[in-house]
Design a protein around this ligand. Structure first.
Ligand code: SF4
Ligand code: SF4
Length: 111
């Protein structure tokens, strides 16, 4: 999914104060490069680990004493164009399209 440069809708921020979305592995380098950091520096500074099914997945950290994402500032995602897969797929335009497709499918069952 390609994000529009500078786009900024409320529906894309649903996860930002609750639980940051998870990255897929290849996104770590992309986000690190965007911030001018090595992968190692980026992970140490901005990521938290999640143990699941015997593997370790990464997401952005949460702010101290908060559930909000470290990249959420003044009501905006500061890494919008390189945000995690889960943030892109579960919220925003992509989610709208998927929801519409599901509705169409459900509607067909009623015909
Ligand atoms: S990376 Fe961006 S979109 Fe994802 S939770 Fe953090 S602030 Fe929100
Ligand atoms: S919903 Fe779509 S247009 Fe709006 S901020 Fe998210 S990606 Fe951009």
């Amino acid at each position: 999914m390609k994000l529009k440069e500078g786009c900024d809708c409320e529906k894309c921020r649903e996860c930002c104060t609750r639980e940051p979305g998870w990255f897929v592995p290849q996104e770590i380098s992309i986000a690190a490069t965007a911030l001018g950091l090595s992968d190692k520096e980026y992970v140490a500074t901005y990521c938290q680990e999640h143990e699941i099914d015997g593997v370790t997945a990464l997401s952005p950290k949460q702010k101290p004493r908060s559930t909000a994402c470290v990249f959420f500032e003044k009501g905006k995602c500061t890494i919008h164009n390189v945000k995690p897969y889960e943030c892109r797929k579960v919220y925003g335009c992509e989610a709208d399209r998927r929801h519409r497709r599901t509705r169409e499918l459900v509607t067909r069952y009623w015909k």
